[in-house]
Each structure stands twice: as C-alpha cells, then as structure tokens.
Design a protein around this ligand. Structure first.
Ligand code: SF4
Ligand code: SF4
Length: 197
C-alpha cells in the first residue's frame, strides 16, 4: 500500500470518524434553541458537498451497486447538520445523534451479527433510510446529511485513485471544520461567549 493511501485511510477513515464520536459526545445533550453557526456556514457545507461529489464521481457505481450505507434505519441527519444549517434556507429536517453514539454502534453491530446467525436469514430486515428511493437517494447531494458525503468505507478508500484522494482532502477538511465549529457554537450557546481579556 502506498504511503499516500495509508495516510488517507488513517486520516479520513480512522481519525476523522473517531473525532466525530468524540465531538458528538461533547455536544450538549439538548442543543439550545438559539445555537447555530453563522449563515455562511451552509454555503461552505454545500461547496464541500459539491467538491466531494466531483472527487468521488468515478466511484459512484461502486456505492450504487453496494448501497449498504443507506440500509440502516438510523437517521443520518445529526445535531451537526442541525447546527450548520440552522440559519440557512434549508435547515436539517431532523437531528439524531445515535449514529455517533458508541452504545448504538455496539447494539447495531450486535444486531447485524445476530441477523447473520444460522436460521435468522428469514428475519425481516430493518427499514432503510427514509430517503432511499427506487433510484437511490432521493436527496440532491448538497441536501444530504454530511455523513453521507464524507464517509468512506475501506473498500471505497482502497479503490480511489490518488488524484481523487487529493481532490477529496480540501472538502473533507471543510466538513471536519464545520463539525468542530458546531460543537463550539452549541457549547457557547450554553456557557455564553468567552470573557474579554
Ligand atoms: S461507502 Fe462503501 S459500504 Fe457504503 S455504499 Fe459505498 S461501497 Fe457500500
Ligand atoms: S440520506 Fe440518502 S445517501 Fe444518506 S443514507 Fe439516506 S438514502 Fe443514503
């Protein structure tokens, strides 16, 4: 494996997602009603979504053929989407933090394991994401939850060509920055702005 690919795997599959779990844990349990990022934040999110769509365009068929990411029943809109889009013309329609909750992840892994046990194959699968349509996701890319455009599975990361990995870096950093800013905004809405020096 090339150092470039190893860096991408560590940076965007391991560190990025581990940090999201940590950031979600730092979010207040109840997001204060006034908490939001500045209005231009959603434009940054939209631009990052568009750039990531371009960076992954040649691999769209892989996800379309697999589709596994869209088969979980958990809502992909999180409080991060809620905070980034709160002052935009297209606020997030919902906010569910289970996706980054360690107990939910453990439960989900266990339930998938149980479904694969002998004799359980006839069990009705859980309903997929409500935005799945017959042709895939019904949401335009810029309207999708941030996780839907910034998540790379190992398989996808192993087939990306270096030029696409390079093109994905800047928009991934933009989305990463929005997550960090969302936590700061939510916590500041509770504690108030820092005292002047
Ligand atoms: S990111 Fe990976 S697991 Fe998810 S749909 Fe694409 S190929 Fe499948
Ligand atoms: S919002 Fe769209 S891309 Fe995201 S999980 Fe649902 S169907 Fe898939």
């Amino acid at each position: 494996m090339s150092p470039r690919r190893l860096w991408f795997l560590l940076r965007w599959l391991v560190f990025y997602n581990a940090e999201l779990v940590w950031l979600c844990w730092r979010l207040p349990r109840h997001i204060p009603p006034g908490a939001a990022l500045p209005p231009d934040s959603d434009a940054r999110r939209r631009q990052a979504h568009a750039e990531l769509a371009a960076a992954t365009a040649r691999h769209g068929g892989i996800c379309a053929a697999c589709g596994r990411c869209c088969l979980e029943e958990v809502d992909r809109f999180t409080p991060f989407d809620q905070l980034v889009r709160a002052r935009s013309a297209s606020p997030a329609p919902s906010a569910d933090r289970r996706l980054y909750s360690v107990p939910w992840m453990a439960w989900n892994a266990l339930s998938h394991t149980a479904q694969r046990l002998p004799g359980r194959s006839q069990q009705a699968p859980l309903p997929p994401c409500p935005y799945v349509g017959t042709e895939g996701c019904r949401l335009p890319r810029v309207e999708r939850p941030m996780v839907c455009v910034s998540w790379f599975c190992l398989h996808l990361a192993l087939v990306m060509i270096p030029a696409d990995m390079d093109a994905a870096e800047a928009p991934l950093r933009a989305i990463e920055a929005l997550h960090r800013e969302a936590v700061r905004a939510a916590r500041a809405a509770i504690t108030g702005p820092p005292a002047p020096p």
